[in-house]
Unconditional design. Structure first.
Length: 696
């Protein structure tokens, strides 16, 4: 071989890093010309053995033999495409992250690649994912020995080492004619499998044996290897970041689920560290301490304990226990049974703190189950889209999170109790919901009903006494419906309970502390009752700090139609029947009716219509008579007349009797309410009841 220069030793040292190219360097003119002659003879005589050539490295010669044995024709032009545009676009989308990394690495090495013709990133099949520089004509081509024969990519894929090849070393004449030097380095994953290839193409000069050109070739091979290493590093870094992100997401999910779990546990739960600092509290725990979560956090549990408390002593020793403690909440002292669950790592003898689980001395779960004292509805269950109704719901949401009493105004049947349920479930869902209708309890019994009594207090009293509804509401909500009908003497006692938060039973000698939220409701004008001395002014102002006006159905616009369809669907589903439709004429009549009984009356009318209707559609004549005979909308147009379908209306007296019976039924046998529904005097209703012998 010819002498090249004094730099030949440096070349030998450099190529030692790349076993696939080590035997070629230093490159000489004789070697180059011998390679060209050998290639010419091989193309002319396909039987010529590549292994016998001194101008092909052994690994390249072996690849030539494999290519020939596979039937690859070196003179055949390489196909332009082996993938469809849809297949190629799908692969690019799948490898978008890898392409972004490759683009960033290309930008990093831009200043070192002045001799590059192009840089490419290819997948393990040699399919080009990214190219910068001279455009490629075969970017959709899969580069392997079975397609093109020997190439840098096929050898790099086989040996998983950096490869550099001159044009004549390629098996395919189509590639050999490009007059380029191709350098390829693999990117490997943790298991040593190929993720992608980094490829650099550079033009060949007229005298490729020039020592400076050889140095440039080695420099480019170093660059492409460094680029591959950079991509490999970034991929691993991204994988680590993804794992960290997934771990963080899992931790966040676990925290949110844990907090959601705590929030829905009926018992108050407080977590503290080993110094007693409050770390977290669920919704019921915040209610017990009468503090918002952000205020309660970082305070010390000792602030609420008596000097005789054993809680911190047990926490410090890492002992689990169940004990009764008196907690100081401002001016209130309330007893709670506390379960202490230590967070103690015994393997490392490290104390992290404890979980405190609070149980009221009265088991509210027993109270709830025994009395059916539970609230079934939430704000999400309230149906309506009118602005007036949505404003009332928005107020309910805001007021529910306060600690003040709430007064609900609204006509009969507007849904005051549903609002009370929703307020309770938004604020104290784990506590009891105790409802009392002040108008339904006899005057001589309402005091004992509310405040309870001791045994033997009066004739007929139970021997062991009985707690009142206020005591039973401890830890929850007391709902006083129709509070405008509460006797004045009882109002005075209720006011004292609201001010002192303690109640004494009739015949009792001591006060019991109570913690409840009062929601009152009325369909009367309390302010007017105050002026008439029928309602205590001081109680009125105590109740009306937060008030909500629930609009009647006639002022809720399209809500009547929305509610009608909802009620039909709900009732049909309850009966297991196919959901019925409402005819246009019937729907028009429903919208025209004033609904003095509001949603309750509408619901009863829908139940009546569903049971009367013969087919799958509620017709006009299926509605209750009092709607059909409504004086404000009794005139029928031509279209509505068709819905009667030629039926003869019943006699007037029979219709009047059914109308009164339906009104009494809808009014729950309250003649005063029925008379308002019928828009007649109460005496007239009584007269008709006697005339038609109506039982109620």
């Amino acid at each position: 071989m010819e002498k090249v220069s004094e730099h030949s030793n440096n070349i030998s040292v450099s190529v030692a890093r790349f076993p696939m190219v080590e035997k070629r360097y230093p490159l000489t003119r004789k070697w180059w010309e011998g390679l060209l002659q050998f290639r010419k003879r091989f193309l002319e005589d396909g039987m010529y053995d590549p292994n016998s050539s001194p101008y092909l490295a052994p690994d390249i010669a072996a690849s030539w033999v494999r290519s020939r044995n596979a039937g690859v024709n070196p003179l055949r032009k390489a196909p332009e495409r082996v993938l469809t545009s849809e297949e190629y676009a799908k692969i690019l989308k799948q490898e978008s992250q890898l392409i972004d990394i490759g683009r960033a690495v290309f930008n990093e090495f831009q200043g070192l690649t002045s001799f590059f013709a192009s840089m490419s990133l290819a997948n393990p099949n040699g399919l080009t994912l990214l190219n910068e520089g001279e455009p490629l004509k075969r970017e959709w081509l899969i580069w392997d020995e079975a397609t093109l024969g020997t190439s840098t990519i096929s050898l790099c894929k086989r040996f998983k080492q950096p490869v550099q090849m001159l044009s004549p070393e390629h098996y395919s004449e189509d590639l050999a004619s490009l007059n380029i030097v191709v350098s390829v380095a693999p990117v490997l994953d943790e298991k040593g499998e190929i993720v992608c290839f980094l490829i650099v193409r550079q033009p060949t000069i007229d005298k490729p044996w020039d020592i400076h050109f050889q140095m440039v070739c080695l420099h480019i091979l170093e660059c492409v290897t460094a680029m591959a290493s950079r991509v490999e590093h970034q991929l691993r870094l991204n994988k680590i970041n993804n794992r960290l992100e997934n771990t963080e997401n899992l931790l966040t999910t676990a925290r949110i689920l844990f907090e959601a779990t705590l929030a829905n546990i009926n018992k108050g739960i407080i977590t503290i560290d080993n110094a007693g600092t409050i770390v977290n509290a669920n919704k019921e725990g915040c209610r017990i301490f009468n503090q918002r979560s952000e205020v309660l956090q970082h305070r010390n549990i000792s602030e609420f304990l008596s000097n005789q408390s054993r809680i911190m002593d047990l926490v410090g020793r890492g002992e689990d226990a169940r004990l009764e403690e008196i907690f100081n909440f401002g001016n209130n002292e309330l007893p709670y049974v506390v379960n202490i669950q230590p967070a103690f790592d015994r393997a490392n003898n490290r104390n992290y703190g404890a979980v405190l689980i609070f149980n009221s001395k009265k088991n509210n779960t027993v109270v709830n189950s025994g009395l059916g004292a539970s609230a079934r509805y939430n704000f999400e269950d309230l149906i309506g889209e009118s602005q007036e109704f949505r404003n009332a719901i928005a107020r309910g949401h805001r007021f529910a999170n306060s600690l003040e009493n709430i007064l609900l105004y609204g006509e009969s049947g507007t849904g005051k109790e549903l609002f009370a349920h929703s307020i309770h479930n938004n604020h104290r869902p784990s506590g009891p919901f105790i409802a009392v209708n002040c108008a339904a309890v006899p005057r001589n019994l309402i005091e004992s009903e509310l405040f309870g009594y001791e045994g033997g207090s009066f004739t007929g009293a139970e021997r062991n006494g009985r707690p009142g509804k206020i005591e039973l509401a401890n830890g929850g909500t007391l709902f006083l419906d129709e509070i405008g009908d509460m006797p004045l003497e009882v109002q005075a006692v209720l006011l004292r309970v609201l001010e002192d938060k303690q109640v004494m039973r009739i015949g009792g000698q001591r006060y019991n502390k109570v913690d409840f939220r009062l929601v009152a409701a009325t369909n009367k004008n309390l302010h007017k009752l105050v002026e008439e001395n029928l309602f205590r002014e001081d109680l009125y102002y105590r109740l009306s700090v937060l008030s909500i006006d629930i609009p009647p159905l006639r002022k809720r616009g399209n809500d009547t139609e929305i509610l009608s369809k909802y009620l039909v669907k709900n009732y049909c589903t309850k009966l297991g029947r196919e959901v019925m439709q409402i005819s246009p004429a019937a729907l028009r009549k429903i919208n025209e009716f004033e609904w003095p009984g509001n949603v309750r009356q509408l619901e009863n009318a829908i139940i009546y219509a569903v049971n009367i209707a013969a087919g799958g559609v509620i017709e006009l004549t299926d509605l209750p008579d009092y709607i059909l005979l409504d004086s404000s909308a009794v005139q029928f147009d031509a279209a509505a007349s068709l819905d009667i379908k030629g039926k003869i209306l019943p006699p007037f007296k029979e219709t009047e009797k059914r109308l009164i019976e339906t009104a009494i039924l809808n009014a729950k046998y309250d003649v005063a309410v029925a008379s308002r529904m019928l828009n007649v005097s109460k005496s007239s209703v009584y007269r008709k009841i006697k005339e038609y012998n109506i039982e109620y």
